[in-house]
Ligand binder design. Structure first.
Ligand code: NDP
Ligand code: GDR
Length: 372
């Protein structure tokens, strides 16, 4: 039985990757952080009582900022594969907490790799690093491929640049089987609520049922190459099954604007939306409502506004990946389109909004807004 260790197991990708590895018969170990509230919602359905002796997923406390926990866990588990998915992963937050982001996302990666080397696991343990299209930042070439030069635009991206190169360095210097997946944006119903797609699907579902009135957005001209997390974790695993370690771009090869994504999500709720005005004055106004999914919305309602608080000090305006190498060398092709993914996310958030609306009818009002 192969053993995998996943940092970031409680995150979006960690949860899908754990499902995949359990299906493949792995023993999956995951590092979770101490938190004052439960933080395992995305993997609770995979939990089995360890007392039964049959649990395929085992959770351990640890932190990417804590060398001792990482070294101890690697030494105890001696995993065949390490997936380093843990990170302070929010680009906007990295401007607020740059040093923490560097410690976890950059030095955290070094801590893991150095522990692999120090413990003599460098010939047996394979290492996957969650690299990102944010490395391209101010893009130098379109579409972006493995050879496109990097120009990171945030403390997050700069930290991930260090992590990218230290992964390459441990491969070249010590022969560690270590590779980077340069993943473009990928989403799902399990996406964190403050990333743009989930903010939109959740916000519009709430608006449809009268739980909120308006979605406040940042730069809706921004273009992204969005895929589905389920497709992307398959590729993370495939990368570690090659004879030789290599870095790959994982993307769909199609891009859309945030504004288009808003229009899709609204359409899935039966709401037609028209944008008018420009810059911070731009608004999204309801032009028609069909069906019975959005009883609290009527033509003329302004349901999208721009709030400059969501602009970033430096923006990544456009990203478009070229996944040819992944397709040609590994036979990987994404199966779920961005449009299908949007519909899945809306359906999921609509169900949650229905539950909240029901609770509200019975006098149990839950808070629905947040900073995103
Ligand atoms: P999430 O934000 O959903 O998950 C991040 C995970 O990292 C969570 O489990 C979180 O724990 C954990 N984590 C945060 N800080 C620490 C820390 N100090 N020590 C240990 N664990 C920590 O991210 P995704 O699942 O979306 O992304 C996975 C990885 O892929 C990240 O590294 C991200 O930067 C990268 N990436 C993501 C892309 C995307 O579009 N989703 C694209 C390209 C790269 P907790 O649950 O307690 O917060
Ligand atoms: P990103 O994802 O920064 O690409 O990083 P995010 O969904 O946060 O933003 C995408 C684009 O949408 C614009 N935007 C907004 N973003 C948020 N969060 N909230 C808003 O209100 C809003 N309005 C417009 C952003 O400015 C941006 O241009 C994600 C993360 O998962 C990273 O960890 C990962 O490395 C990259 O994707 C690839």
């Amino acid at each position: 039985m192969k053993k995998a260790l996943i940092t970031g197991i409680t995150g979006q990708d960690g949860s899908y990757l754990t499902e995949l590895l359990l299906e493949k018969g792995y023993e999956v170990h995951g590092i979770k952080r101490r938190s004052s509230l439960f933080n395992t919602q995305r993997i609770d359905h995979l939990y089995e009582d360890p007392h039964s002796g049959a649990a395929g997923m085992k959770l351990h406390y640890g932190d990417l900022s804590d060398t001792s926990s990482l070294t101890r866990l690697l030494s105890d588990i001696k995993p065949d594969e390490v997936y380093n998915l843990g990170a302070q992963s929010h680009v906007a937050v990295s401007f607020e907490a740059p040093e923490y982001t560097a410690d976890v996302d950059a030095v955290g990666t070094l801590r893991l790799l150095e522990a692999v080397r120090f413990l003599g696991l460098d010939k047996t343990t394979r290492f996957y690093q969650a690299s990102t299209s944010e490395l391209y930042g101010l893009v130098q070439e379109t579409p972006q491929r493995e050879t496109t030069p990097f120009h990171p635009r945030s403390p997050y991206a700069v930290a991930k640049l260090y992590a990218y190169w230290i992964t390459v360095n441990y491969r070249e210097a010590y022969g560690v089987y270590a590779c980077n997946g340069i993943l473009f944006n990928h989403e799902s119903p399990r996406r964190g609520e403050t990333f743009v797609t989930r903010k939109i699907t959740r916000g519009l579902a709430n608006i449809a049922l009268g739980l909120e009135t308006c979605l406040f957005m940042g730069n809706i001209d921004s273009m992204r190459d969005w895929g589905h997390a389920k497709d992307y974790v398959r590729m993370q695993w495939m990368m570690l099954q090659q004879d030789e370690p290599e870095d790959f771009v994982i993307a769909t090869g199609k891009q859309y604007s945030v504004r288009e994504f808003i229009t899709w999500a609204a359409a899935d709720l039966g709401i037609s939306i028209e944008f008018s005005g420009s810059g911070v004055e731009e608004t999204g106004i309801v032009s028609a409502v069909e069906g019975d999914l959005a009883p609290d919305v009527k033509p003329g309602d302004v349901i999208v506004r721009i709030d400059p608080r969501y602009f970033r000090p430096a923006e990544v305006d456009t990203l478009l990946g070229d996944p040819s190498r992944a397709r040609e060398k590994l036979g990987w092709v994404p199966e779920i389109t961005a449009r299908e993914m949007c519909a899945e996310m809306v359906a999921s958030d609509y169900k949650t909004a229905q539950r909240h609306a029901l609770l509200k009818q019975h006098g149990l009002d839950l808070p629905v807004s947040f900073e995103g």
